[in-house]
Unconditional design. Structure first.
Length: 222
């Protein structure tokens, strides 16, 4: 599953990221997040600030973004926190990338519901494009990670790519999504099942059918 190793703290890393600081726009966003919390509770803003930092790194590298150790230290200093407290958060949540990733971070759910619905075929489609778990392709386009359940069991198998989920996948549907991304297009997110809108029963509802078109009041019928 998802590796949580930190990129080595090398002189090259320090040279590239040691002077990191928020852009004016991100500093304004960071301060806005901090103001959400009571005086003395600014540490509660650590998650959105890490996300801002990761996205800024992504914008600077034309990737999905990641968190070099100097950037984590910057966020810790910004919030007046010990570095270890921020590092604990960054290493716990898989939404934070601890090593460089590609332009598209392909996160394939391999937990039981997705596995039973064909996630192995989805992984094979990734391998066919040269992806390997925990690695970025030579062209910098794809990084592949197998992850635990991401809560889309009703529309399994699913894959998260950057900020979007793609659900009800088959190999053919998944290939179309990847082809569109590689071509610079924006494929439809969510379910890829024709005629399905979200996670409603495949083939249509079997109960409370009067609620499909209107807010029907069933109380008098109970």
């Amino acid at each position: 599953m998802a590796a949580r190793n930190i990129a080595p703290d090398t002189p090259e890393l320090r040279e590239r990221w040691g002077s990191f600081s928020f852009t004016d726009a991100n500093r304004e966003k960071a301060d806005w997040h901090i103001r959400k919390y009571p005086e003395g509770r600014s540490r509660s803003a650590v998650m959105p600030l890490l996300d801002l930092a990761q996205r800024q790194v992504g914008a600077e590298t034309d990737t999905q973004g990641w968190l070099p150790l100097p950037v984590i230290e910057y966020v810790a200093e910004y919030l007046s926190l010990p570095v270890i407290r921020v590092l604990e958060v960054a290493t716990f949540y898989t939404m934070y990338n601890l090593v460089p990733v590609g332009e598209f971070h392909v996160q394939v759910c391999g937990t039981t519901p997705c596995m039973l619905r064909g996630s192995d075929d989805i992984l094979e489609a990734c391998y066919a494009r040269g992806m390997k778990k925990g690695h970025t392709t030579d062209d910098g386009l794809w990084t592949l990670t197998e992850v635990e359940c991401m809560g889309n069991c009703a529309t399994a198998p699913m894959v998260q790519i950057n900020d979007d989920n793609y659900e009800d996948l088959t190999t053919e549907r998944f290939d179309k999504v990847l082809d569109a991304l590689a071509a610079g297009e924006t494929p439809k997110a969510g379910t890829q099942e024709p005629g399905r809108h979200t996670s409603e029963p495949s083939g249509g509802p079997t109960t409370l059918t009067a609620m499909v078109d209107a807010n029907h009041d069933y109380r008098s019928e109970w």
